[in-house]
Structure formats: structure tokens, C-alpha cells
Ligand binder design. Structure first.
Ligand code: PMT
Length: 410
């Protein structure tokens, strides 16, 4: 079962496909949008149909594909008006230099250009062309004009082009185009204007230059929260130890140790509305970090490590908050293997949190590294909500739904 993406669900997206070799990648974009829950109407220019057929998109969307301004089904409105009026987003991928020129000059000589002129929906353009066309001042002037009118541009990337040459002008990958669509659609979401800080991954506490102490956190839970907040319009900073791909449209700060995470978190939460500490921060670190790789001595002897306490980042944020300059809302996670609720409740109080998300990390389908989680939410005012097994993406959305409500109640 594909995961429905909340910001895409039931959104009406017009996907304009224009005539370049990258048109084939529009099929992957289309498929991802449909699987995410969007209603996608594809509009193809005549040149696009030389590279890919309408049937491909019809099969992916289960909806008619529009290719002709004057092809009006009996009893229906003219398509450029009905499509333009009902769209939540007009996404053109790939957008050729010719299409950019038409849009920048308000031409309406085919269905796609007419829709672009008529729609109040936001416009997202993913340009693709040969490097020389991309570098041409005409293309840049056209893009600047479109940007000034409110269009969002994603890409192009550098890479292999249709000519066989390598350079700038390659369509960005479908994942990135879909992420950009999510950002544009989420701009007026429930967290628009919020600064959100999320931590993710397990901290790595060095023993020597080649070894460290850590835990099993993959970062998946924290990344899901960061992306969900981004999709709701927030400006998100993700402070992470994980090696997952950086999410599009999120400021990512890579750290390793608890001390590095602490420094980045305290700096970034000064002005934040929300801090979500999904990271598994090591409570202890080796008291001494050897400057050189520790060598074995003899054939048998062991090695004793003395561990010292790490700073408690959430406790320090609570002190900041009490002094009047921390985040408005603070959320922690409790990773427990026994006495889940009692331990989580004690952390909620000790770290003066608004909400703690308790997860039993001894379960095989929840907690570390898996794609699902089963959590119980404990709120500062005393209420407790148990959620069923869900994907981490759904858990992230459920947490942020509650956070938006908390914010309204304040
Ligand atoms: O990354 P995944 O593989 O997706 O796994 C997700 C997860 C299991 C790591 C996540 O859901 C989770 O439970 N994160 C918190 C893990 C943890 O450190 O729990 P804790 O009970 O030890 O700490 C409680 C809270 O205090 C946490 O929000 C933690 O970030 C914070 N903390 C802990 C220690 C410390 N020195 N400073 C802190 O701020």
C-alpha cells in the first residue's frame, strides 16, 4: 500500500509536460504524485507527445490527458478554464526554454500556456534544456520575470544532457520535483511562519579516532517529523547524526556527538516555536578520547572505559525557556524497554516538556530503525493518548496535528 502524503491528499495538480527528452521522467513524477494521493490532470504540449505518449499518463492517472485546447467533451466547460479554476498547483516538468519564454510573455497559443495564464494556482517550474540555452540571457530574463510573478523554480541540475554533453540543464530527479511540489502546496499550511527544530539519529561518542559508542537510532523518526513540519509550511532545521539523504527544503546540520548536538540545538532553539527531540542522545561518553587508535596489549587483556555524563539537552532547553528565550513548545521522545508510561511521565516532568512521545523500543515493529512505530502521547496537562501501529510518517503527522492544537489552545 503506498503511503498517502497528507499535503498531497486530494490536491488537484495540473502536470504540464513539454517537449524535451526529460519528458519521460514526468511519468515518474506523475506516478509519485498519484501514489501520494493527489488528483493529477496531465496537459501535454504537441512537442511533448513526440517524446512520450498521452496513454502513459492516462494509465498512471486513470484520467483523460489533455492535449488540445479545442477538444471539448460534450457538456463540459472549455478545459483551460475548468482546469485552471480548480487547480491547487500547476507544475510544469520538464519546462523547456521555449515554454519559459511563452509564459514570461503571457502567450496563450496552446492549452498549457492558456492554463498558466488563467490559473490563480501557484506555478512550479522544473526547467530542462541544453547548457547553452540555459545560460542564454533570454532564458535568465524569462526566469527572473516568472520568479518575480511568484513562480517557484526547481533545478536544473548538472549532469548528462540529451546531446551527450555534461553540463547544467538536466531536469532534477522526480523525488526532488515532488518534494518541491509538497513545499509549494504546504506554504499556507498550519505551521506557516513557524521555526521548527528537529533532532534525529543516535549520537556518536568517540573512544579514539576510529571507534565510538552509539545506539541503534537510524534517524527515520526525526526525518519524518522534519518533512511533515516542512509540508505544513514551517521553516525547519534538522540537527542530525544520521546518514539519510538531506530532505529537500530543510536546513540540515550534521553533528556527531551529544555535545555537538547540544551546541547546535541551543543555538537554533533561541527563536524557535517548536523543538522536537527525536534523537537518541547518549547519556554517557568516554571520559577520555585517545588521540591515537587504542592498541591491544598482549593476547588477552580487556579494556576498561570510564564513561562520564553527557549534558541533558532537553533539560537545558527547559532552563532557557524558563529564562524566556527557548522554544514555545518542546517535545521529547522516551525510548523505553520497561515501565514505558511511568518512565515517560517522569521524563515529561523532569524535562518540563509539553508532550512526550513514549515508544517501547523492545518491540520488533516499533522504535529503532524500522519504518513503523507504536507510540503513546503523554501531555503536560495530564492526558494520555495511545496510538496504534503506524508508519513513522503517519506518527509524525499525528504528533504535529496535536502540536497545532496545543498551539491554538495557548
Ligand atoms: O531513529 P529511529 O531509528 O527512527 O528510531 C526512533 C527513536 C526510537 C530513536 C525515537 O523514536 C526515540 O525514541 N527517540 C528518543 C530516544 C532517547 O534518547 O530517549 P531517552 O528516553 O533516552 O531520552 C528522552 C528525551 O530526552 C529524548 O527526547 C532525548 O532526545 C532527550 N535527551 C536524552 C539524553 C540527553 N542527554 N539529552 C536529551 O535531550
Amino acid at each position: 500500500m503506498p503511503t498517502i502524503i497528507k499535503v498531497l491528499h486530494n490536491k488537484h495538480i495540473i502536470l504540464g509536460v513539454t517537449g524535451g527528452i526529460a519528458a519521460y521522467k514526468a511519468a515518474a513524477v506523475c506516478s509519485q504524485l498519484v501514489q501520494g494521493g493527489a488528483l493529477v490532470d496531465v496537459v501535454m504540449t504537441e512537442a511533448a507527445q513526440k517524446f512520450i505518449t498521452p496513454l502513459t499518463f492516462q494509465a498512471l492517472t486513470h484520467r483523460p490527458v489533455y492535449t488540445d485546447m479545442f477538444d471539448i467533451p460534450p457538456g463540459q466547460n472549455i478545459p483551460h478554464i475548468s482546469l485552471a479554476d480548480s487547480a491547487d498547483l500547476l507544475l510544469i516538468a520538464p519546462a523547456t526554454a521555449h515554454t519559459l519564454a511563452k509564459l514570461a510573455n503571457g502567450l496563450a497559443d496552446d492549452l498549457l500556456a492558456a492554463i498558466a495564464l488563467a490559473t490563480p494556482a501557484p506555478l512550479l517550474l522544473a526547467p530542462a534544456m541544453e547548457t547553452d540555452m540555459w545560460r542564454h540571457p533570454a532564458t535568465h530574463a524569462n526566469l527572473e520575470k516568472l520568479r518575480a510573478w511568484g513562480a517557484t523554480i526547481v533545478g536544473p541540475a548538472e549532469g548528462r544532457l540529451a546531446s551527450g554533453a555534461t553540463g547544467q540543464g538536466r531536469l532534477v530527479e522526480p523525488d526532488e520535483i515532488v518534494s518541491a511540489a509538497r513545499v509549494v502546496l504546504g506554504r499556507r499550511g498550519g505551521m506557516a511562519g513557524w521555526q521548527v527544530v528537529v533532532t534525529a539519529g543516535g549520537t556518536r561518542e568517540a573512544i579514539d579516532p576510529v571507534r565510538f559508542v552509539s545506539n541503534h537510532s537510524s534517524g527515520k523518526m526525526g526525518y519524518a517529523v522534519a518533512v511533515a513540519a516542512r509540508d505544513r509550511g514551517a521553516a525547519v532545521t534538522l540537527i542530525t547524526t544520521a546518514g539519510l539523504p538531506d530532505p529537500f527544503g530543510v536546513e540540515v546540520i550534521h553533528v556527531a556527538s551529544a555535545e555537538e548536538m547540544r551546541a547546535a540545538t541551543l543555538e537554533k532553539t533561541h527563536q524557535a516555536h517548536l523543538l522536537v527531540m527525536a534523537a537518541a542522545v547518549a547519556d554517557f561518553r568516554p571520559g577520555m578520547v585517545a588521540e591515537q587508535k587504542i592498541k591491544k596489549k598482549g593476547d588477552t587483556g580487556g579494556l576498561a572505559l570510564e564513561l562520564v555524563r553527557n549534558p541533558d539537552i532537553l533539560a537545558e532547553v527547559a532552563t532557557q525557556k524558563a529564562a524566556g528565550y527557548g522554544p514555545t513548545i518542546t517535545i521529547g521522545f522516551a525510548a523505553e524497554t520497561e515501565d514505558l508510561l511511568t518512565n515517560a511521565q517522569s521524563k515529561l516532568e523532569r524535562k518540563r516538556l509539553d508532550l512526550i512521545v513514549a515508544n517501547d523500543v523492545s518491540a520488533t515493529d516499533a522504535g529503532f530503525a524500522v519504518d513503523t512505530n507504536r507510540v503513546t502521547l503523554l501531555f503536560a496537562e495530564g492526558s494520555v493518548e495511545e496510538l496504534p501501529l503506524m508508519s513513522k510518517v503517519e506518527v509524525a503527522e499525528a504528533i504535529l496535528d496535536r502540536v497545532e492544537r496545543l498551539n491554538v489552545e495557548r
